[in-house]
Design a protein around this ligand. Sequence first.
Ligand code: ZN
Length: 301
Amino acid sequence: MLYVFASDSMQGRMTSTDGQKKAANFLKSFYENNGINGAINNDQYFQKIPLEYFNRNYINQDSENVVAFIQGSKWPDEYVILSAHYDHIGIKGDTIFNGADDDGSGTVALLEIAQAFNIAKAKGIGPKRSLVFLHVTGEEIGLFGSKYYTENPLFPLEQTVCNLNTDMIGRIEPNKVGNDNYIYLIGSDKLSQELHDVSEQVNDKFMQMELDYTFNEENDPNRFYYRSDHYNFAQKNIPIIFYFNGVHQDYHKPSDTPDKIHYPLLAKRTQLIFHTAWEVANREGRIHADKLTQDTEIEKQ
Ligand SMILES: [Zn+2]
């Protein structure tokens, strides 16, 4: 799937271009073929974002988030959102930026996770809470798709349990070569200690990967916590986890191609996200934002 999704035919998936539209249709077809519903009226997958919303002069037509939905069996009105951006940075000159890792890797991870949950559902063990598979557009030009979703949510934000966001999980950071059973987690403890603890427990039980919190440090100069789509959910006080492999020499280069992806590791990281989603969707009590936000702490003082 990633060889198709990050192929030249998708033209680098720049927001509002034909390549992005083609990628959107690829996602929609996948869900249709797997019998997984769209999130809008149960049959539509595209959440339209009007041109005017993108205050960028190089954007000249509407764009869309692609959203699929698996209804929960016990608590259908509680929602777990899995997200990944499917846009990338397009073509510069004659050069296509395929964006295999960024964020083709997160995109196909979501498709695989959706398929796995759907198979479980067919066997009578579907998720107890509802799952929303949110493929956002406009990330590379300013996190627009996720911002639009949180301002125009398809499901109530107060009923949204958490957001697991995946942006770049198919590569190995240079300083992790030879020690690559890892994933960076960012933000897991910022709003909910409970979510952080569940994530740790699930990893201990099923995956035994190194969960690296280097980039979760408050003063980390990279500020990754603020730089992908989960941040728009965090701003609405929804607990998030951001899954990330770190940057590498092909980041935002035309050389971010599918042949460079480490597929067994991509699968393993996807399984970690799947298990975490399974737990937060099925556990008895829903996850809550149990930490005060910085703003409320200041108000309290
Ligand atoms: Zn990205």
